[in-house]
Design a binder for this molecule. Structure first.
Ligand SMILES: Nc1nc2c(c(=O)[nH]1)N[C@H]1C(S)=C(S)[C@@H](COP(=O)(O)OP(=O)(O)OC[C@H]3O[C@@H](n4cnc5c(N)ncnc54)[C@H](O)[C@@H]3O)O[C@H]1N2
Ligand code: MOO
Length: 382
């Protein structure tokens, strides 16, 4: 039995991030950089107008000789005393000294005049970023904004950790698809895991998980684990010691090495983390849905995030108020609602139900000495 803190720390530190490779920027969203990324091109890429108005050369008044819109690639130059109408973002004509916004100008026929400008309203190439400037450090998630910034600076590919690949194996002869039309047959339950695991995988930077249902049969489970491929297999259910709980025997048979075999927490104590001889990871999530959710946040999400190369998120704690029964031999985990920097226990959590968790924002991790108002570590709910 491992302490909750040790189990969480092991999952976040034991695997090595997936080996980095060059990834085209268009496929890099959500991945984590493995090295500093530098600009290839300047931003802005060319001198351009910062306002809609007139591009002018020399002192005014100016004879207006044409119009230049954004995207126009034709060369153009201005002689002293002339101007062209110009749009924001249009290539600056050669010889242009300033762009005068429409609202500062008076136009009569083909002549425009304006008081001497206080600013030139010109965006100079490279005034934001110069080629070679560092844009992102290694170990940084490529958010949509980061990808857009790299595209602006002409970066075509980045050295990044590929997204870990996860297969979810949902075990249980009684389990039917989440969207199965009701009412169900006697003894059947709808799958409470696949959607939650997919959301956690996305949050951790993993690829959308493959998903399979496996009947309660050791041969079928061994075959499904063998066929899963990828980096991580999450097995829901079959974690305990019942007649249909085959995961332990199957993993032993496959030669797996347990890193975590049971966690001193409530709920979720039958969870586990094992390494297969071929380097893949197996996370065992107890079948009771709230217990499985606890295990997914304890082991699965940190494991995926680590494989994805994500730096460990800073621990978030808050005073937790309300009623919860500390677990004397370890850790109690409860759903909490967050408001104004406080966490308040959502009452009524049971291992087999998700009602309280659905009304919560996070799970709070409480040690055995916790009393109302004491700090708890917070795990955001997906
Ligand atoms: N003799 C013991 N029995 C149990 C122990 C124990 O220590 N000794 N621990 C209990 C605890 S705690 C948990 S949690 C469960 C873990 O059970 P398993 O991981 O083996 O899961 P199953 O037996 O397959 O199912 C348990 C429960 O969860 C429901 N379930 C399973 N999969 C799903 C799913 N995808 N969606 C919704 N619900 C699911 C299943 O129908 C059962 O009701 O073991 C206790 N027993
Ligand atoms: O992991 Mo079990 O909840 O404690 O149902």
């Amino acid at each position: 039995m491992t302490t909750w803190a040790a189990a969480h720390a092991l999952a976040s530190s034991e695997p090595r991030p997936r080996p980095a490779r060059l990834v085209p920027l268009c496929a890099a969203g959500g991945l984590v950089t493995a090295a500093e990324v530098r600009a290839v091109l300047p931003v802005p890429a060319f001198d351009s107008a910062a306002m809609d108005g007139y591009a002018v050369a020399g002192p005014g008044p100016w004879a207006v000789t044409g119009r230049r819109l954004a995207g126009s690639a034709a060369g153009c130059s201005l002689a002293g005393g002339t101007a062209v109408e110009i749009a924001t973002g249009a290539l600056l004509p050669a010889g242009c000294d300033a762009v005068l916004p429409y609202e500062d100008c008076e136009r009569h026929g083909d002549t425009v005049s304006a008081p001497p400008p206080a600013r030139d309203h010109i965006r100079r190439a490279g005034e934001d970023v110069r080629p070679g400037d560092p844009l992102l450090p290694g170990g940084r998630a490529l958010t949509a904004v980061a990808v857009a910034a790299l595209a602006q600076a002409g970066v075509g590919e980045v050295l990044a950790h590929p997204a870990p690949a996860l297969t979810t194996l949902v075990t249980g002869d009684e389990v039917v698809h989440r969207d199965a039309p009701g009412p169900l047959g006697p003894g059947q339950v709808r799958d409470a895991f696949s959607g939650v695991i997919a959301a956690l995988a996305a949050r951790a930077g993993a690829a959308p998980p493959a998903h399979r249902h496996v009947r309660d049969d050791p041969g079928a489970l061994a075959a499904a684990i063998g066929a899963a491929g990828g980096d991580v297999v999450a097995v829901t259910g079959a974690s305990s010691r019942g007649a249909a709980d085959h995961l332990r025997a199957v993993l032993d048979w496959l030669g797996a090495r347990w890193l975590v075999d049971g966690v001193a927490c409530r709920p979720g104590h039958p969870q586990g983390l094992a390494a297969l001889p071929d380097g893949r990871w197996v996370v065992s999530l107890p079948g009771n849905p709230f217990a499985g959710l606890v295990a997914a946040l304890t082991l699965l999400e940190p494991l995926l995030a680590r494989l994805a190369g994500r730096p460990a998120a800073p621990a978030r704690t808050a005073p937790v108020h309300g009623e919860a029964k500390p677990f004397p031999a370890g850790t109690r985990i409860v759903p909490v609602a967050l408001a104004g920097g406080r966490a308040v226990v959502v009452p009524g959590a049971r291992p087999a139900g998700l009602r309280a968790a659905a009304a919560a924002d996070a799970l709070a991790v409480l040690d055995a000495t916790w009393r109302s108002g004491g700090d708890g570590l917070l795990l955001a709910l997906p």
